[in-house]
Design a protein around this ligand. Structure first.
Ligand code: ANZ
Length: 798
C-alpha cells in the first residue's frame, strides 16, 4: 500500500460521489426524513471564511451520520446572492453585480466541493435569478393582497452631497462612508410588512423550539412585549389631551412633569401657546437627525426644552405639571409621550436633576425590611405606596390596576417591534412588483407578469434616486403593459425578504407553478437542524418565522415554526486570539489549509479545536497532530494481520461506538474525535482484527470521508462506506473481565494487581501475598491480618 497522500485520493472520491448523485435526497418517503440546513451564504468575492468551514463541516458530519442511520437526508446549498457589497463593487469598478456574483458562486462551489461536503447540488438555488425572485415578488403580492404590506413615509439616511439614500452600514460615525458629508434623516415613502400583527405569536411560539437560550432571549427582547397602561392628562385651558403609555401606573401620584417626543403632533398643534417657539423648533429639527438608537443610549446626557406657556394636570391629584420635549422619548414607541416619575425611573431622575425638577417618592420598599429613605437615586424596586391618597399602603402590582381604573385609563400591552421596512433605494435586489397609475395610486403587478425583471440599463452610482429610476427599459415596459403615464416602483426589496422563505424553496426548487408545493413542504418541513452564526440571527430568524406564520394563517401550510432545532457555531479566532481580519493578517485561508494537509485533516482539525458553540483560537501545531492521527489510521490498515483480536481491542471497539454515537447526537464532535484517537492508540497497543478497523473507519467516515472511503475500498469492499449502516455496540462487551486492585502493607499502597473480575477471596489473598513488592515490605514475617474488601482493596498488616 502507498503512503497516505490526501491529494491522490480526495479529488477522486469527490468526483465519484458527485457522479453517483449519492447525496441527493429522495422524494419517496419510505425512510424517515431529516432536513438539515446551513444558513445559506452571501457569495462574497473573498471566498469562504473559517466560520463557513466550521458551520458546513459540523452539519456535514451529522448529515453523513444520519444517512448511515438510514434516514432520508435533505441537505441543500444555495446563495443569498443579492446585496450591497456586489453593488458597491460595481459602483467602484463598473463591473455588473451579476458578473461578480456568478464568479463568487463558482469560487464558493469549488471550495465547498474541495472540503468534501455532501450537498444535494440538484437543489441549488440563487436568490438573484429570475426563477427565484419571481417567487420573492409573489410573496410581496401575497402580503399586499392580505393587507400585510403597506406604504408610508419613513426616515432614511440621506447624504446631501451624493444625493442618495444610505444603508445604516454606510453611515460611519454620522457621516457618509463614501464622501464624509454629515448624513441627515429624510422622509421618504416606503413599503412596510406588518410583522407587528404577529408580535404575540412570535413571542409565545418561542416556547416550542429547541434553540440556544440566548437566541430566544434576543428574539424576546427585540419584540419587547411590555404590559402597562394608557392614561390621559388634561392640558390646562385646552381641549387636547396628552396620552401616555406607562408600565408603572402605580407611580402616577409621583409624576412631576411630562415629556413629549420632539416629533409629537401636539408640539405643532400647541404652537400658538408655546412662548419659546424658536427654541422649541430648533430642538425639534436637531432631534430629528438623531437615530432612535442614539437617543435611547444609556447614560447619554439628557437634553430637552420646556414648552413654556403649556402645562398639564395630573389626573390623580389635579396638580399642575410642566411639559417638556426631550429626545429620550421616542416618537414611535407607546404613545410618543410619557409621564415622568423621577423618584422611580432612572432616566427621568437624570433629566429632573439636570432641569431642577422635583422628585416625589411614592413607593417604599417593605421587603426584606421596611425602608423608606430620602432617595439618592431612582428606586425602581417593588413595595407599597405612600403619598398616594387612598392608595397608600397598597402593593405595587395591585395599585397598577386600581389607579388606572380610578383615572379612567386602560390597561394595555405594547411591543417594541416595529413593522418591517422593506424598501431599499438600491439596484442589486428583487424589484418591488408595484406600478403607479397617472394619479400616483399603487397597483400590484399581476402575477402573469412575474418575474418583474430587474432592468440592466442602469447607472450603478445613484444620483438622488434609486438606480431603477434611470432605466428606460423599465419605464417603457411599464407603459407598454399598463398604459401611458404609468410608472414603476423603483425601489428593490431588502435582501432579508429573499432569505425569509428560501428554506421552503429547497423542498421543491424547480417548481414553476408555486413557490413550493404544499405536499413537498409538509413532507420535509420543519427543518430538523438549522445551523449558522449568531450574529445575524435575530432579524433573519424573526423574518423567517414571520413568513412561516403568514403562510400558516393564510392556509398554505399547517405549522408555524420553520426551524425545530437551531445551533450556532462559535467564532474562530486567529492564532493571536483576535478576530480573524485582513488588516491583522491573522486570517487562515481554507484553500491553503486544504492544499497543505488535505480536506480530511482540515475538517477534523476544525471540529477538534473545541466545543462547537464556543469561541476558540486557531492553533497550527494541533493541525499537524490531527494530520498524524490520520496517518496512524492509514497505518492500522497497512498493519492488519490475520488472527483473533485481543479482549482489550474488542472492549475498546464497543466503548468507542457508544461514545462516538452519543457525542455526535449532541454535536460534541471534539470529544468524539478524542475518543477515536484513544481507540487508535488502543489498537496500536493490542492485537486487533479486521472488524476493529472497519468499525474505526465507519465511525470516522462522517468526519474524514475521503480517507475512510479509500481504506474501506482497500479492505476489499465494493460499496461506499457512506452507505454502510452505523455501527452499534454490544453492552456486554463493554464490561472488562479484569480489574485492578491495590494492595496496602501497613496502610501504604505497595502494589496494583491485575486480576480477573470473578476471582475468589482466597485466590486474591494469595495473589496479593505473592506479589514481589508486597513480599519486600512484609520482610518474611507472618502477617497479623490480611483483610480483603471485595473488588476494592487488599490490606496486609504486619
Ligand atoms: C412612568 C414610569 C414610572 C415609567 C416609573 C417607568 C418607571 P418599557 O418597559 O421599555 O416598555 N416610555 C413610554 N413610552 C416611551 C417612549 N415613547 N420613549 C421613551 N420612553 C417611553 O418602558 C416603558 C416605560 O418607558 C414607560 O413607563 C415610560 O416610563 C417610558 F417609575 O412611565 B414609564
Amino acid at each position: 500500500m502507498e503512503h497516505y497522500n490526501p491529494k491522490k485520493i480526495e479529488e477522486k472520491w469527490q468526483k465519484r460521489w458527485q457522479e453517483g448523485g449519492v447525496f441527493e435526497a429522495s422524494e419517496n418517503f419510505e425512510k424517515p426524513k431529516y432536513y438539515i440546513l446551513d444558513m445559506f451564504p452571501y457569495p462574497s468575492g473573498a471566498g469562504l471564511h473559517m466560520g463557513h468551514i466550521e458551520n458546513f463541516t459540523a452539519t456535514d458530519i451529522l448529515a453523513r451520520y444520519q444517512r448511515m442511520n438510514g434516514l432520508n437526508v435533505l441537505r441543500p446549498m444555495g446563495w443569498d446572492a443579492f446585496g450591497l457589497p456586489a453593488e458597491n463593487y460595481a459602483i467602484k469598478t463598473g463591473v455588473h453585480p451579476a458578473t461578480t456574483t456568478v464568479e463568487a458562486i463558482q469560487n464558493f462551489t469549488r471550495q465547498i466541493t474541495r472540503m468534501g461536503l455532501s450537498y444535494d447540488w440538484s437543489r441549488e438555488i440563487s436568490t438573484a435569478t429570475p426563477e427565484y425572485y419571481r417567487w420573492t415578488q409573489w410573496f410581496f403580492l401575497l402580503l399586499y393582497k392580505n393587507n400585510l404590506a403597506y406604504k408610508k413615509k419613513a426616515k432614511v439616511n440621506w447624504c446631501p452631497k451624493d444625493q442618495t439614500v444610505l444603508a445604516n452600514e454606510q453611515v460611519v460615525d454620522g457621516v457618509c462612508e463614501r464622501c464624509g458629508t454629515v448624513v441627515i434623516q429624510k422622509d421618504l415613502e416606503q413599503w412596510f410588512f406588518k410583522i407587528t400583527d404577529f408580535a404575540e405569536e412570535l413571542i409565545n411560539d418561542l416556547d416550542s423550539v429547541d434553540w440556544p437560550s440566548h437566541t430566544v432571549t434576543n428574539q424576546r427582547n427585540w419584540i419587547g412585549k411590555s404590559e402597562g397602561a394608557e392614561i390621559e392628562f388634561r392640558i390646562k385651558n385646552q381641549e387636547s389631551r396628552i396620552k401616555v403609555f406607562t408600565t408603572r401606573p402605580d407611580t402616577l401620584f409621583g409624576a412631576t412633569y411630562m415629556v413629549l417626543a420632539p416629533e409629537h403632533e401636539l408640539v405643532e398643534a400647541l404652537r400658538e401657546n408655546i412662548e419659546n417657539w424658536n427654541e422649541v423648533s430648533s430642538y425639534v429639527s436637531e432631534a430629528r437627525n438623531r437615530t432612535d438608537r442614539e437617543r435611547s443610549e444609556e447614560g447619554r446626557e439628557k437634553t430637552g426644552v420646556q414648552l413654556k406657556g403649556v402645562s398639564a394636570v395630573n389626573p390623580a391629584n389635579n396638580e399642575e405639571v410642566p411639559v417638556f420635549i426631550a429626545d429620550y422619548v421616542l416618537a414611535q414607541y407607546g404613545t410618543g409621550a410619557i409621564m415622568a416619575v423621577p423618584a422611580h425611573d432612572a432616566r427621568d431622575w437624570e433629566f429632573a436633576k439636570k432641569f431642577n425638577l422635583p422628585a416625589k417618592q411614592v413607593i417604599c420598599q417593605y421587603y426584606p425590611e421596611p425602608k423608606c429613605p430620602i432617595l439618592e437615586e431612582a428606586y425602581t424596586g417593588s413595595g407599597r405606596l405612600v403619598g398616594s391618597g387612598e392608595f397608600d399602603g397598597m402593593e405595587v402590582e395591585e395599585a397598577k390596576r386600581a389607579i388606572t381604573e380610578r383615572v379612567g385609563g386602560e390597561m394595555k400591552t405594547t411591543y417594541r417591534l416595529r413593522d418591517w421596512l422593506v424598501s431599499r433605494q438600491r439596484y442589486w435586489g428583487a424589484p418591488i412588483p408595484i406600478v403607479y397609475d397617472p394619479e400616483g395610486n399603487a397597483h400590484p403587478v399581476p402575477e402573469e407578469h412575474l418575474p418583474w425583471t430587474l432592468p440592466t440599463d442602469v447607472e450603478f452610482r445613484p444620483e438622488g434616486a434609486s438606480p431603477l429610476a434611470l432605466s428606460k427599459e423599465l419605464k417603457e415596459r411599464t407603459e407598454r403593459i399598463f398604459g401611458e403615464g404609468w410608472t414603476p416602483e423603483v425601489d428593490t426589496m431588502d435582501t432579508f425578504v429573499d432569505s425569509s422563505w428560501y428554506f421552503f424553496r429547497f423542498t421543491d426548487p424547480r417548481n414553476e407553478k408555486e413557490f413550493a408545493s404544499k405536499e413537498r413542504i409538509e413532507k420535509w418541513m420543519p427543518v430538523d437542524l438549522y445551523m449558522g452564526g449568531a450574529e445575524h440571527a435575530v432579524l433573519h430568524l424573526l423574518y423567517a418565522r414571520f413568513f412561516t406564520k403568514v403562510l400558516q394563517k393564510l392556509g398554505y401550510i399547517s405549522f408555524g415554526e420553520p426551524f425545530a432545532k437551531l445551533r450556532h457555531q462559535g467564532i474562530v479566532l486567529g492564532e493571536d486570539n483576535f478576530k480573524m481580519s485582513k488588516s491583522r493578517g491573522n486570517v487562515v485561508n481554507p484553500d491553503e489549509l486544504v492544499e497543505a494537509y488535505g480536506a480530511d485533516t482540515a475538517r477534523l482539525y476544525v471540529m477538534f479545536m473545541g466545543p462547537l458553540e464556543d469561541m476558540k483560537p486557531w492553533n497550527s501545531q494541533n493541525i499537524s497532530g490531527v494530520h498524524r492521527f490520520l496517518g496512524r489510521v492509514w497505518g492500522l490498515v497497512e498493519g492488519l494481520k490475520e488472527g483473533e483480536p485481543s479482549k482489550e481491542a474488542l472492549r475498546k471497539q464497543h466503548a468507542t461506538i457508544k461514545k462516538v454515537t452519543e457525542d455526535i447526537q449532541t454535536l460534541s464532535y471534539n470529544t468524539a474525535i478524542a475518543a477515536l484517537m484513544e481507540y487508535v492508540n488502543t489498537l496500536y497497543a493490542n492485537p486487533y482484527g479486521k472488524a476493529q478497523v472497519e468499525t474505526l473507519l465507519a465511525l470516522l467516515a462522517p468526519f474524514a470521508p475521503h480517507i475512510t472511503e479509500e481504506l474501506w475500498a482497500a479492505l476489499g469492499n465494493s460499496t461506499s462506506i457512506h452507505a454502510q449502516p452505523w455501527p452499534t455496540h454490544e453492552e456486554a462487551l463493554l464490561v472488562s473481565d479484569t480489574m485492578t486492585i491495590p494492595v496496602q502493607v501497613n496502610g501504604k499502597v505497595r502494589a496494583q494487581l491485575e486480576v480477573a473480575t470473578n476471582i475468589t477471596e482466597d485466590d486474591l489473598k494469595a495473589a496479593a501475598l505473592a506479589h514481589e513488592n508486597v513480599q519486600k515490605y512484609v520482610e518474611g514475617k507472618e502477617p497479623k491480618a490480611v483483610i480483603v474488601i471485595p473488588n476494592k482493596l487488599v490490606s496486609v498488616v504486619v
